[in-house]
Each structure stands twice: as structure tokens, then as C-alpha cells.
Write a protein that binds this ligand. Sequence first.
Ligand code: ATP
Length: 308
Amino acid sequence: MISINNLTKYFGETAAVSDICLEIPRGQIIGILGPNGAGKTTTLRMLTGYITPTSGSVVVNGIDASTNFIEVKRHIGYLPESSPIYTDMLVYDYLKFIANIRDIPNSDIFKKFLELSDLCGIREVMHKSVSTLSKGYKQRVGLALALMGDPDILILDEPTSGLDPNQIAEIRSIIKEIGKKKTIIFSTHILSEAEATCDRVVIMNKGQLVADGTAEILKADKSGKKTTLITLEYTDPITVKTIFAKLKGISKIEMAETTDTLKIKLSTSDDMRVDIYNLIKKQDWILLEMIQESESLEHIFKELTKEA
Ligand code: ATP
């Protein structure tokens, strides 16, 4: 549905976005993650036609944006960072204003407002001035405005930035609801948000795409590293370390002891629970607990964007 081909943007000598290629099918919720200055906003701005690429192309539903941007814009709803909406209007008037700009016939406006106010949860603030709304409600109004033309693609630049945890949860659930019918591309700094909301996560660093996949695939792909946490009834740590060090596949051993227990953290390249269990059994150590953890998305993000 959206093809991004070798998309590149230079600001003077700075390569804000370098040679990005992405295929985004219809109906996917895709989160773009990256540290400050990674090129997320610049990428979203090129997708929405707000700025033109230095090179490369964006093709939306078969329409090349470089030759027919007006047509492409009909397919896209865009909510820029920190919802730049006019604050001196009533919410209702604002929606009406945008509905007129979007050429929605007067006969359809009431139905449209009902639908959007329900979806975005703004019915109770329709007759309030935008200036009096909380940040969360301003963001909901921004979403309703972006959805006015019934676009099949919604692009959101850090939609939860600056919101409190309750507001974040509300916006997230609205995004998930909208995502049942539309393609959504949004940028975020919040890893848990990408993990909880997106079908697919793209990580950018220094203008480049450094990872692309579901959160699960990214976690599994990243060298497949695992951490196994073991608790033994107290056993001599030096003996334990020496014996574990002989087990092939363990790259790191960390330990912490209390008077009753010995906690061991093993970094392994694969799932080694069976080997570890057999070794513990052979040594006749008392196993109190064994848990295997995969790499967290946070760890992967840090690894991939280390120098940033
Ligand atoms: P943040 O998370 O801080 O919003 P980002 O990932 O969205 O960052 P961009 O805003 O796309 O990153 O910026 C990427 C790079 O391009 C940065 O080095 C930034 O300074 C530069 N840049 C962005 N917009 C402009 C501009 N209009 N003129 C010059 N440089 C720009």
C-alpha cells in the first residue's frame, strides 16, 4: 500500500534520512522508534508531503507522490508533533472548519461528527473552546481532525508526547481501535508503547533504518541471546562458576550470594535450560528457581543506537 524507495533527505550537509526502503501493507500499525535526531519526523514529513525528498520516492496506493501529491494527500491523515491546532475556536467549529476544507457535504457532516466524536472520545467537549482542553483532549481533537477526510492512512508524530500515563493509555487504545480499519504509522520514543500497540517496529538511527520487524522477531533476531537466571540453595560460588564455565554456549556468568542462596545469571547464545538443568542435577545442587529471559526491546534499542 505504501512503498518507500531509497528515501533520502539532506538539510545542507546533514543527511537527516538516508536511503530508506520500506513496504507497508494495508492495515498495519507500524511504530517508528529512534533517539532524538534519528530522522523520524523528517521521514513522516516526507510521507505526508510536508517536505520533498532530496531523492527517492514514496508511492501510496500506486500513486507516486512526487508527481501527484495532492491525490496522495487525500489518502493521508496527519497529526504532527504537539498537535498544532487553533486554540481560539470551539471544538465543534474547528471540526466544521476542517470538514468544509475537506469538502464533506453538509448532509454528511452530522453523521461524521457523531462517528468521530465517539471514536476519539470528544463528545463531551464539542462545545468547549480548544484552549480550555487538557493536552490529552487536544490530542484527541487532533486525531479527529486528522481522520476527517476518512483517510486510509494515518500518520502520527509522537502522538503521546507530553501526556500523563492515563492520557497515554487512552490515546493508545484509540490508535488500536483506528488501526483495525486503517494503516497507521507513528513515531515514538516509548519502547513499551511500540511493543504494545504496533504490528511492526522500525528502528531508525542517524537517518538510517537499523531494524524492522515485529517486536518478537526483533527480540529473537538480535543474536538470539538469552539470559538464564538461576537460584541455587547456597553452594560455593567458585566451584559453581568453574563448573558452569566448562559448559559450551555460556558467554558470561554473574553471581550474587546471600547466606542461604546463590543467584546466577548466565548469558547464553541459545535456549540452554536442559543442559543447565542436567548439569545442576549431576552436581546434586539444589535448584530453587530457573527463569529464561529474552533480550528486551529496550536493550535492542540501546544496542542499535549506541553511539547516539
Ligand atoms: P526527535 O525525536 O528529536 O523529534 P527525529 O528522529 O524526529 O528527532 P528529525 O527531526 O527528523 O529527527 O531530525 C533529523 C536530523 O535532521 C537532525 O539532525 C535535525 O537537526 C535535522 N533537521 C531536521 N529538520 C531540519 C531542518 N528543517 N533544517 C535543518 N536540519 C533539520
